[in-house]
Design a protein around this ligand. Structure first.
Ligand SMILES: C[S@@+](CC[C@H](N)C(=O)[O-])C[C@H]1O[C@@H](n2cnc3c(N)ncnc32)[C@H](O)[C@@H]1O
Length: 468
């Protein structure tokens, strides 16, 4: 059976990941990520393969192979003279609106490294969207191989505007005026345009190190807008000297490298230094997390909700191939991203209002919850936040947490605990439904308790297996 998505004919079990690129489209076929290239797309891919840049950048690009014709997926029309590439699958595909500062910074620096190495070989990146590179175990990799194309001689970097709007400007705004970029990039995936950036930066845009980037972008942007309105096609080859272009990449890299996160201090930033447990209780919680996950077969993907700076995320990472640590507080997620082992993916998201499906007909980007396909979930000391601050009924929270994966480790904190009483008073909320019995009844309706550990008199951890 086939169904029409984006105007293509797509078999059941298959979905389209990208369709805007005239050089080809990406489909996910039974879990395999395939890129169907047109004849033009194939010519660009062949030019890259034949260039010395290919071997030099191999460890920066997602492992990719050309599929022999006999393995081409059935029912997919491959254009004449086109080919099919198969990419290694990224365990969880994520977007810049879900990344902390240091992740976006690494993505920006990788783009500059790639475009510099490509430019030397008369190639370039035609696109520069942050999500074209993805954090995978072993470092960041370029996944959008179709963005590598031959460079028209004398042209400026085709992706420069996009690079500025979606990477450089968000980093600058966070670093220089403390504006968190995640909510903005979630609302407007095209990023910050240069005029808005100049306004928001105010006099700071006049700093010599920014002047050429922000000012030049602004002038170039206005010029191409005016030419567009006058029906004139802007030239993409303006005779720029390659050495000057390479020097621009170096200046941009130095600028990005010097930026530090500067979002407003949050209540959670120092949470791990002032835990509401005694040292012995913290030690017993650590030991319990290790023992409960260690007693199970290794997990493929484990998601940790309310990960904070990752004390327990890091412990769980010993027992899973990939751990996705999610927290709504961008500054603690940044700490996690910088300190965690390589198999931890640190994401900024409010699970009470998670990133939705977006893009063309809301089908281009799946919602975060649909993208994370987890075998195991962990939610320690977070339920009371969802109930008292988020206003979500306890039964609904249990329903959500136990629905994420077949197995979950959940810490429940009794209403008598000081931190729960504090939260209830802070938000002026009375929740008669918030009791350990309601929690246990809700769990019993959804699964069974496989293990239990006492952290303190008012805190308990439960390992829960979901009903099939
Ligand atoms: C008490 S800390 C627990 C941290 C860690 N899990 C532990 O057991 O020590 C609660 C964490 O949950 C996060 N959090 C609260 N509500 C959240 C939400 N709606 N979405 C994502 N994270 C949330 C907070 O930012 C905070 O880092």
């Amino acid at each position: 059976m086939t169904s029409a998505i984006f105007g293509s004919s797509v078999a059941a079990g298959r979905s389209i990941r990208g369709f805007r690129d005239p050089h080809g489209e990406v489909i996910v076929d039974d879990g395999r990520v395939l890129r169907i290239l047109t004849a033009d797309g194939t010519a660009e891919w062949d030019a890259f393969r034949a260039s010395p840049a290919y071997s030099r950048l191999e460890d920066r690009i997602i492992p990719t192979r050309v599929l022999p014709r006999r393995d081409w997926p059935q029912g997919v029309a491959v254009p004449t003279n086109g080919v099919v590439l198969e990419h290694q699958r990224v365990p969880v595909f994520t977007y810049a609106s879900e990344w902390p500062f240091s992740t976006l910074k690494r993505a920006a620096l990788l783009h500059l490294e790639l475009v510099k190495a490509l430019t030397v070989e008369n190639l370039t990146l035609k696109d520069a969207r942050p999500s074209n590179v993805q954090p995978v175990a072993g470092g960041f990799r370029l996944t959008d191989t179709s963005s590598i194309v031959r460079r028209p001689p004398g042209s400026i970097w085709l992706g420069l505007g996009q690079f500025c709007q979606t990477m450089l400007f968000p980093l600058l705004l966070d670093s220089l005026i403390g504006l968190p970029f995640q909510p903005w990039l979630r609302g407007r995936t095209e990023g910050f345009d240069v005029h808005l950036t100049r306004r928001l930066l105010g006099w700071k845009a006049l700093q010599p190190r920014l002047f050429s980037v922000v000012f030049l972008q602004s002038v170039l942007g206005r010029l191409t807008d005016r030419m567009g309105m006058a029906g004139v096609t802007p030239p993409n080859a303006i005779g720029i000297d390659t050495r000057k272009l390479l020097a621009l990449f170096d200046r941009l890299a130095a600028l990005v490298d010097g930026l530090r996160p500067n979002s407003c201090p949050t209540a959670w930033r120092d949470y791990e230094g002032m835990l509401p447990y005694s040292e012995a209780e913290t030690a017993s919680k650590r030991e319990a997390v290790a023992a409960l996950w260690g007693g199970l077969p290794r997990q493929r993907v484990l998601v940790d909700i309310g990960a904070n700076a990752g004390t327990y995320t890091t412990i769980a990472a010993r027992y899973a191939d990939v751990v996705v640590g999610i927290d709504e507080d961008a500054s603690v997620v940044d700490q996690l991203a910088r300190a965690a082992p390589e198999n931890v993916l640190a994401l900024v998201a409010d699970v009470a209002d998670p990133p939705p499906a977006q893009g063309w007909r809301s089908r281009e980007r799946q919602s975060l919850l649909d993208r994370v396909s987890a075998d195991a979930a962990m939610a320690l000391a977070v339920i009371h936040h969802l109930c008292f601050r988020g206003g979500v009924p306890l039964v609904e929270v249990v329903d959500f947490l136990t629905s994420i994966a077949p197995i979950s480790l959940i810490e429940f904190i009794d209403p008598e605990d000081e931190s729960v009483r504090h939260l209830a008073a802070q938000y002026g909320v009375v929740r008669p439904d918030y009791t350990r019995q309601t929690f246990l009844d809700a769990v019993a309706r959804r699964g069974r308790i496989l293990g239990e550990r006492k952290v303190s008199a008012t805190r308990h951890m439960f390992l829960i297996g979901k009903n099939c």
